[in-house]
Write a protein that binds this ligand. Structure first.
Ligand code: 13P
Ligand code: SF4
Length: 426
């Protein structure tokens, strides 16, 4: 079946935040505390133009149409959905392998054969050549990567094609190609190595491979940058400015002044040739709509309310949040840190809410809380729900391959080079 997402206007999706009440995760008693962290030297001057319209701010008729499911989607109210999913899963047996990202809903993660962060899921997809169907419970860029890393006999299925990523949408192939021309005009393209976050389209991964770069994830960004600086003088980091800045400053010891922000919505990226020549890290102006919500105020606030709390955040958070945190790491790192934490310890976690809620339930002996009061799910991760999972599994059982994600071969070839480079990082 045609991949409805690839090469067309991205399917539109709901705004990034689903609402639940702050009482879903109980906060411990409030007490006064002394530590208040001051801002670092970095501030984001204006919000990055979002790929999404925020709730209540204008309308986009295209987006509100969403992406129709090309089949008979079971009703969300059907009480037999979980049983239907079990029956279909059992009928597929070893023919199918279900991957679940840590941000997926409980009702979906229950059916995952393996759960993981984006790095682990990419490895797992590549390690299952015997599975005919890879059902990816995650978002579109992850399913594309799985298609690139799996064999021609395997089909990758994304249960809902509207499960995209607003950050990945912030860097298009045309924008990045124009940016490369700007770098060439400044005389720095030859000494710049592109490093692209996994959270990018296959087109951007292909661009990265064509220009001798690598992909990275939040669990290997430091090693990817080390590798890149061993090959060039500068890095063009796409599309998450925060992961790029945090890794460069926190892990590699570069200064904030070594980093410049390339704004694809401004001529020349909003930078002079001299600024590009002086910079070591050229950061693309993209961000995660979920992690970008955490602020320094959230950190200071929880430290005031919860004495001794450990602040643990994802590196997609803003630099000032990461600088004020006690620990920083990918979703897989966050899970391991909580598993290793002593009984009675308190943790304020800055990442997607499905994961934080599961951690709170799994560790009743520890005090786990969401870092911010304004709780936030990733709405595109949440697009994968039980009705879509049941529909895709039952369709496979009936011999109909639905929502297959395919990457055009030429793009896939170069993207694969960049992904293989990542998998080979020391
Ligand atoms: P990781 O899974 O690499 O931690 O990334 C988080 C994320 O935002 C995925 O979309
Ligand atoms: Fe994209 Fe952020 Fe959602 Fe991950 S959490 S899929 S980066 S919007």
């Amino acid at each position: 079946m045609r991949d409805l997402y690839h090469g067309e206007k991205p399917p539109v999706r709901a705004p990034p935040c689903g609402k639940i009440t702050a009482t879903d995760i109980t906060l411990p008693e409030e007490r006064a505390l002394t530590t208040t962290v001051e801002p670092t030297g970095w501030t984001d001057p204006d919000p990055t133009p979002a790929a999404l319209l925020l709730l209540g701010r204008a309308t986009d008729p295209d987006s509100e149409r969403g992406v129709d499911c090309p089949g008979a989607l079971p009703a969300a109210s059907d009480p037999s959905l979980a049983e239907r999913a079990r029956v279909a899963r059992a009928a597929l047996g070893d023919r199918a392998f279900l991957l679940g990202h840590h941000y997926q809903r409980d009702e979906v993660i229950e059916f995952a054969d393996v759960t993981g962060d984006s790095f682990k899921l990419a490895q797992q997809a590549a390690a299952r050549p015997e599975a005919e169907f890879i059902v990816f419970c995650g978002v579109h860029f992850m399913a594309e990567s799985a298609d690139i890393l799996t064999g021609a006999h395997q089909r990758v299925i994304l249960p809902d094609l509207a499960a995209g990523c607003s950050m990945a949408d912030m860097a298009t192939f045309d924008q990045v190609s124009e940016a490369w021309d700007v770098l060439a005009d400044a005389g720095v393209a030859d000494v710049t190595v592109p490093v692209s976050y996994m959270n990018s389209s296959a087109d951007i991964k292909g661009f990265t491979g064509r220009h001798g770069g690598t992909i990275c994830t939040s669990s290997n960004a430091e090693r990817a940058l080390d590798w890149a600086f061993g090959r060039g003088e500068k890095v063009l980091f796409l599309p998450d400015q925060h992961l790029g800045r945090n890794t460069a400053v926190r892990d590699l010891g570069l200064s904030l002044d070594d980093c410049v922000l390339f704004d694809p919505h401004k001529p020349g990226g909003g930078l002079t040739g001299q600024q590009l020549r002086d910079a070591k890290m050229i950061l693309w102006r993209g961000h995660c709509s979920v992690h970008g919500r955490f602020t320094l105020d959230s950190v200071n606030d929880v430290r005031e309310r919860v004495p001794g709390v450990n602040v643990l955040v994802h590196p997609e958070c803003r630099h000032e949040v990461v600088a004020a945190a006690d620990q920083v790491g990918s979703t897989e790192y966050i899970i391991k840190a909580i598993e290793a934490a002593p009984t009675g310890s308190a943790w304020a976690i800055g990442t997607e809410l499905n994961l934080v809620k599961r951690l709170a339930l799994a560790h009743p002996d520890k005090r786990i809380m969401f870092l911010d009061k304004a709780v936030c799910f990733c709405s595109t991760m949440n697009r994968i729900d039980l009705p879509h999972l049941v529909w895709s599994l039952e369709s496979l059982v009936a011999g109909e391959v639905v929502n297959q994600i395919t990457v055009e071969p030429e793009t896939a070839r170069y993207a694969r080079a960049a992904l293989d480079q990542m998998l080979a990082l020391p």
